[in-house]
Design a protein around this ligand. Structure first.
Ligand SMILES: Nc1nc2c([nH]c(=O)n2[C@@H]2O[C@H](COP(=O)(O)OP(=O)(O)OP(=O)(O)O)[C@@H](O)[C@H]2O)c(=O)[nH]1
Length: 157
């Protein structure tokens, strides 16, 4: 069986991801991956895997309570992307979130950062690059993937 065939038969891991946008300055919430997970210390948008029977919105609500201690008030389905990591083939369901309640608590020992584009944290998960491009385009900003790609490549070496 060729490598392509192997990829096609792998099942997707469904993931709900939140793009939290702060009203005052349009900053984006980026969090670091906790110790013990693949790519620990890398930066990502908050979220996680869907559990059996959950919708994307339900999974995102649960994950944001578990990880950050906040309750989201809205969840606007935005894009769906896929990325093939060595550890998983993921399907990412991206939602924009502009309203939430509660104080942020880093319940998994991760870090958080409110960021403008281009992001200054690194490395960032490769599966998030398309979304950084779309967000940049929406804001009339140029997008240069080179810096993100170089940081990711250096981190996996
Ligand atoms: N949360 C999140 N996951 C992302 C992003 N981009 C991206 O490729 N992913 C991938 O989506 C998957 C999410 O899995 P996870 O390990 O964070 O999910 P989880 O919290 O439910 O994990 P667990 O149940 O194993 O503890 C990972 O394979 C991760 O690499 C992103 O921006 N945010």
């Amino acid at each position: 069986m060729s490598q392509t065939d192997t990829t096609e038969t792998r099942s997707h891991t469904e993931v709900a991801v939140g793009v939290l946008i702060r009203e005052s300055d349009n900053a984006l919430l980026i969090t670091s991956r906790p110790l013990g997970k693949p790519r620990a210390g890398w930066w990502e948008f908050p979220g996680g895997k869907l559990e059996a029977g959950e919708t994307v919105e339900e999974a995102l609500r649960r994950e944001l309570v578990e990880e950050l201690g906040i309750r989201i008030d809205n969840c606007i389905a935005w894009k769906v992307t896929e990325h093939d990591y060595s550890h998983a083939l993921v399907r990412l369901h991206w939602c924009k979130v502009t309203q939430w309640s509660g104080d942020f608590e880093m319940r998994e020992g991760q870090q958080m950062s409110w960021q403008q584009l281009p992001l200054t944290v690194s490395p960032v998960l490769e599966g998030s690059f398309p979304v950084l491009q779309w967000l940049s385009e929406e804001r009339g900003l140029s997008f240069d993937p080179a810096t993100y790609i170089q940081a990711a490549e250096a981190a996996v070496k």
